[in-house]
Design a protein around this ligand. Sequence first.
Ligand code: AMP
Ligand code: ZN
Length: 115
Amino acid sequence: MSASCLFCKIAQKQIPASIVYEDDQVIAFHDITPQAPVHVLVIPKNHCDNISDIPSDAPDPILAILRAIQIVAKDLGLLKSGFRVVTNTGLDGGQSVNHVHFHILGGRSLQWPPG
Ligand code: AMP
Ligand code: ZN
């Protein structure tokens, strides 16, 4: 837990969020500024700044995140239509919250390449 981190506070239920999935390792909630009809963020409960900061000898959060992505995509009806998972990292990646998070975007046709 990082005391000043917005997503740590959401994980600790100190700040409200529209939670769609939770287990002992991860929590998933609707993005407050959705960029698609479905826009959910999946985060590990333990603080990591970004994907570069996840210890390479700790695969558990990654597996838990993958499981959560599958469950959220199924529960929100994205499996048939498809969806995108994005992890913005650092300055050039456009990361604005420094607690690693995986965007699940779906419900419309998404363009490629991203801007
Ligand atoms: P990124 O820019 O990739 O770091 O993504 C951060 C995301 O967090 C953005 O899509 C924001 O809309 C979202 N966000 C910021 N504050 C909140 C909040 N309180 N609840 C839910 N999503 C948030
Ligand atoms: Zn955090």
